[in-house]
Design a protein around this ligand. Structure first.
Ligand code: PMP
Length: 400
């Protein structure tokens, strides 16, 4: 029996009953006509969720790291220069992946953990590359929300800079797509990627990529073969095109139940509407963050202008350590510990993606208050709850 604990970590998240039912359906053949219809519909819906009507979706069994690997493997050729806008450990990871495929990688890093690199620095680097041969960048990566710091990058502004310099703009949206506002086509993003287990609302196991026309053209113009067999679009593109045309194709057996579940979840997301969904994530985040502040805790992001709306990363208050997470769990809510190696023991993370609503915020804040009291932290009970409620009500007011 599932105990009634609330999973508030930055993925996997809570899944809806309909999605879980799809996971438990009798598995069909991957060429069964009803599965072909579901896969085709899921591909079409993915374009709508990424807000990229002209993009080419790829749905492949794997985690978010495979989606990153796919971007690098297909777009990088040995000797290409790549720029990583680095806001935490997932920027480091992207740098490593790009390097593995032969890119010369430059990072523009935030001045302190919890900040984002200044936009002017990125602009300067794009305009006057500090690469070995002074060669221009082929590609830049942006982590929309780095899950190790809860920092949100200004994707719209960064992507516009990339466009100005004719650089392919790649967005790691693993901790953002379908939660944080992301408009792939309108913002000029050439490739966006995510994984199933976060705001997309499907159990772990799917790498999701939408590649725009410039990314596909760059792939077609390659002079060297793709250096990964499994990630090669030469193999996957005909499969995606076939399913979308309601035909079958085979390269690697698709994870049938995950794709059923994906189609259900994308349907639920589109039913809510992307604008409403972005708003709800913002509102929930405002509630959590107001509570954290009211309870006297600082956060890793240095200010609201760089704070994600899909997760919150509070520092433990003085005298409290990660044992408080055990008390919070006993009170019914599972939170995550720190991830960034330099501050790992000093902070924790609250994921608020997917179906999360105002009641979940209050349950979470209530459990945090209970946990903090048990850890010996002194505060007036209810301060966090009041702040969360007020902030969310304020956010609902017309014109707010
Ligand atoms: N990028 C970001 C921003 C992430 O948060 C994660 C997962 N936490 C990944 C990439 C890697 O995804 P996965 O763990 O599914 O491989």
């Amino acid at each position: 029996m599932k105990d009634r604990q609330l999973l508030m970590i930055p993925g996997p998240i809570e899944f809806t009953p309909k999605v879980l039912r799809a996971m438990g359906m009798p598995t069909t053949s991957h060429v069964a006509s009803n599965f072909v219809e579901v896969f085709g519909t899921a591909l079409e819906r993915l374009r709508e969720v990424f807000l990229d009507p002209g993009g080419q979706p790829f749905v492949v069994a794997g985690s978010g790291t495979l989606a990153m690997d796919m971007a690098a493997a297909n777009l990088i050729e040995p000797g290409d220069a790549a720029l990583v806008v680095n806001t935490g450990v997932f920027g480091d990871r992207f740098g490593e992946i790009l390097q593995r495929y032969g890119a010369e990688v430059t990072h523009v890093r935030a001045p302190v953990i919890g900040d984002a690199p200044p936009l002017e620095e990125v602009r300067a680097e794009l305009g006057a590359p500090s690469t070995s041969a002074g060669q221009g960048y082929k590609l830049m990566t942006i982590t929309q929300v780095d899950t190790s710091t809860a920092v949100a990058a200004n994707v719209e502004a960064l992507a516009a800079m990339g466009r100005e310099h004719n650089v392919l703009v790649v967005v790691d949206g693993v901790c953002s797509v379908a939660g944080e506002e992301l408009r792939q086509e309108a913002w000029g993003i050439d490739l966006a990627l995510t994984a199933s287990q976060k705001a997309i609302g499907v159990p772990p196991g799917l790498a999701l990529v939408v590649a725009g026309p410039r990314a596909m053209e760059s792939f077609r113009q390659r002079k060297s073969p793709v250096m990964s067999y499994y990630a090669d679009w030469t193999k996957w593109l005909p499969i995606m095109e076939a399913y979308e045309a309601r035909q079958t194709g085979y390269f690697g057996t698709p994870p049938v139940n995950l794709i059923w579940a994906l189609n259900v979840s994308l349907g639920e997301i589109l039913e809510e509407g992307m604008g409403a969904r972005f708003e709800r994530h913002r509102r929930v985040s405002t509630g959590i963050k107001a509570a954290i502040t009211a309870l006297g805790m600082a956060q890793v992001p240095i200010g609201d202008h760089v704070a994600a709306s899909t997760l919150t990363a509070p520092y433990f208050p003085d005298g409290v350590d990660r044992s408080v997470l055990g008390y919070i769990k006993e009170a019914g809510v599972i939170l995550a510990g720190g991830l960034h190696p330099e501050i790992k023991a000093r902070y924790f993370r609250i994921g608020h993606m997917g179906v999360v609503n105002e009641s979940d915020v209050l349950a979470t804040v209530g459990a945090i208050e209970t946990g903090l009291r048990q850890a010996g932290y002194d505060f007036d009970v209810g301060m966090g709850l009041t702040a969360a409620q007020e902030a969310m009500e304020q956010d609902l007011k017309p014109g707010a």
